[in-house]
Design a binder for this molecule. Sequence first.
Ligand code: AHR
Length: 317
Amino acid sequence: MKLIARRTLIAVALSLPAFGALAAPLTMGFSQVGAESEWRTANTASIKSAAKEAGVTLKFADAQQKQENQVKAIRSFIAQKVDVIAFSPVVESGWDTVLKEAQKAGIPVILTDRAVKVADPSLYVTFIGSDFVEEGRKAAKWLLERAAKTPNASLNIVELQGTVGSAPAIDRKKGFEEVIKTNPKLQIIRSQSGEFTRAKGKEVMESFLKQRDKKIDVLYAHNDDMAIGAIQAIEEAGLKPGKDIVIISIDGVRGAFEAMKAGKLNVTVECNPLLGPQLMQLAKDVVAKKPVEKRITVIEGVFPAEVAAKELPNRKY
Ligand code: AHR
């Protein structure tokens, strides 16, 4: 008798909404860019753990930095009739067709981390991620302030861009150039993609260093991983990174803080990858047809080498 009563109680309790995040668990198809950087690893971990915590069934696909893989993944999510699709687009353009397919299937799409360029903005519901143009501006403002201490000196800058055609590469370049053009003594003398990876960052920096026509004073890297790769190249060339060449990068990963502590990197502009919890809440709201903002940005800081030792223990990625 007692046993039957207990079982009934459990059955009733489990059917109550208070005992589960949703009556039927929400299924999200997520197409990730790849695993190209420390930032990306932290972003993936945040999304996976937040999905678990929120009771969201996550179908996760790694695109290995290829748009065609993301298109395939999105099509497969549509075929599987997921409740919501979220993705971080490797490049900005070329999404109209597949997003129209998702819209036709009635599956809402959330952009995370990176933006797309589409003719019809109703093809996605909302976009959560950093303001990359502002990150580029912050990097340049730091350099302008430093340059103001030696007003007569001209500074030759080399730039390691992110993946060609990606929103962070386009926007970080744009924001940086917009600010440095206010000081004609600052000139970008070389600019090439290091694909957001350490290996490519090192390789491109090596080629910059081999071209001996102009002295390199500053390196602006669109992410910390490329800066870390470049640091290696600079050391192998017999120079002191952070001293002979001033290094500015973006992301604020632990590796960057360690490099700053060691005096090899001068500043990192924060780009927060821990978007998982917000994304899951957003997905629930979108599926429940609650109104959401079209653009959700993240508040981020700038960390110069002087604060690295103090900040390092607080870093979460
Ligand atoms: O889209 C965010 C960028 O992608 C990060 O800055 C970079 O590290 C990553 O690969």
